[in-house]
Write a protein that binds this ligand. Structure first.
Ligand code: SF4
Length: 277
């Protein structure tokens, strides 16, 4: 079996979600709207290009030229996305998002935090083969080496405007384990970089924590392989952003159980129990 931080997280949240997304690869049933991902993808695109290509160009690129190139990439992001601009939460226009992202990029590059993106590789894919043919892999946003080249930091970029929300420590521990298996060295730092706050948040870790995570992951891989029922574990947290929640009976039943009596009639509509999968 093949596991990455996202499929692992999906299983831990709800085995049924994992089954739908990664085993039978059922297309999501909730209409896609990439609006909320646009800012993060644009800023990440800048830093990927900066770390891997633009900073090596000679003569150095003027900011105006970089901005022009980023605008071309931005149009590509927009064209490859599914965006419903009519929803109430889509408060920013395409140009607003670009202006905000560019302002935040300039603030980071004008600050000390620019250093995290120097001597740094972006979008680094690591694949590790385990015993019994299992594979774990992941794409690390940033691997930063200190100026002396003696220690490295693994950094995951976050576009959210809420510090600490919807971030999983297990994601960074997964990356650290991949790095350790591949290079036989532990990173010195693990952290989330919040673009909107120009701020790096490190998570505490050491060899014991990584080892604990290794044991946990090994047990979970065995559990996932042995699972044939993929029993759903609905909860407000796991269902909220699930791409199947509009057709999932288990979610509907959970909602009905938690609903106030006055809401129940509304939920029952054309049949709470039997209209999904
Ligand atoms: S909606 Fe909830 S219960 Fe249904 S598959 Fe998604 S996470 Fe699982």
């Amino acid at each position: 079996m093949k596991l990455n931080p996202h499929s692992y997280q999906a299983y831990m949240e709800c085995p049924k979600k994992y089954y739908m997304e990664y085993v039978i690869k059922q297309p999501r049933t909730v209409p896609q709207n990439d609006y909320f991902t646009l800012y993060g993808r644009l800023v990440e695109k800048f830093f990927t290009m900066f770390c891997n290509i633009w900073r090596f160009k000679t003569p150095y690129l003027f900011p105006e030229i970089i901005k022009e190139r980023l605008e071309v990439l931005w149009n590509g992001i927009i064209e490859s996305s599914v965006i419903d601009w009519s929803v109430p939460y889509a408060k920013l226009t395409k140009d607003d998002i670009f202006a905000k992202a560019w302002g935040d990029i300039c603030a980071i590059m004008d600050s000390q935090n620019q250093n995290y993106f120097l001597n740094t590789k972006s979008e680094v894919e690591i694949t590790v083969s385990l015993k019994e043919g299992d594979i774990i892999n992941g794409r690390l946003d940033f691997i930063h080496k200190d100026p002396l080249g003696t220690s490295i930091s693994i950094i995951d970029g976050k576009g959210t405007n809420k510090l600490g929300k919807n971030v999983k420590m297990s994601q960074l521990l997964f990356y650290a384990l991949l790095y350790y298996f591949h290079y036989k060295v532990l990173p010195a730092e693990l952290g989330f970089f919040y673009y909107q706050f120009n701020s790096l948040h490190l998570i505490p870790f050491n060899l014991n924590i990584i080892n604990g995570f290794r044991i946990q992951l090994s047990c979970d891989i065995k559990r996932i392989k042995a699972d044939s029922s993929y029993t759903p574990t609905p909860s407000p947290k796991s269902c909220k952003y699930c791409g199947y929640n509009n057709r999932c009976n288990d979610y509907m039943v959970m909602k009905a159980k938690r609903a106030k009596p006055s809401k129940l009639q509304e939920l029952q509509g054309d049949g709470v129990i039997q209209f999904g999968f």
